[in-house]
Write a protein that binds this ligand. Sequence first.
Ligand code: ADP
Ligand code: MG
Ligand code: ZN
Length: 263
Amino acid sequence: AVASEELATVIGLEVHVQLETDTKIFCGCSTEPSEEPNTNTCPVCLGLPGALPVVNEAAVEAAVKVGKAIDADIPEETTFHRKNYYYPDLPKNFQITQYDAPICADGELAFSVEGERRTVAISRAHLEEDPGSLQHKGGSIDTADYTLVNYNRAGTPLMEIVTEPDFRSPGEVRAFLAKLEEVLEYLGVFDSTRDGSLRVDANLSLVDAAEVGEGGAVDREVLEAANRTEVKNISSHRGAEKALAYEETRQKNAVKRGRAVEQ
Ligand code: ADP
Ligand code: MG
Ligand code: ZN
């Protein structure tokens, strides 16, 4: 869809952050990391028959704090849904998450990058439960001899923060993530030293540079028409910047060679 030589980069983020609570989001199991696998578990977070989830007030409170900090709307009512999919780290075969009525909507976060002030819109930020974790033995995911599964993490409160596609460079993404972490730590709801406490999915597309207006604005139709790709499960700021710089180059090269980027 891109004809001219001048291309502009468009990036949007889905950031998953673990919220620091003593217990899990729908049961009383501890969220303290444990040396022993599968010890912080109960019928609720293992999804045993008849188990009933009860939402943790502390997780809701933490999410509301985040919402206030990003200047979001926090509705009187919020709804959880079951998102069904099979994956070994998901003992229930569904994840409790939010969809049509998230706890926070329409926020924003301002940050500085190379002396310039930028503001990125946050479409939504919702609560959900973290799945368990997998440990591949004797290789990586595709070469391992076998895989161990640990459900201690299953049910840890997660907040998914979804931005509008307002980023114009991988460097902006890195600066945003640093700012976001700073805000979350200030609120006392997040521990950046905890392994895997922040994970990013990043979408990137290229648009005609002529479509980029004042302050980086791009029309919705242009954004929807652009074929984007998603890089998933990035675990650091620097990792996000590097992965997106790679993807930006890969897409530019594809376009230069007359190949379309497949969504
Ligand atoms: P989906 O329903 O496929 O998840 P969303 O509208 O929720 O799509 O958007 C998912 C992510 O993709 C958001 O972070 C958003 O900012 C980003 N995104 C949307 N359009 C573009 C685009 N043209 N280029 C890059 N990222 C985009
Ligand atoms: Mg999405
Ligand atoms: Zn439990």
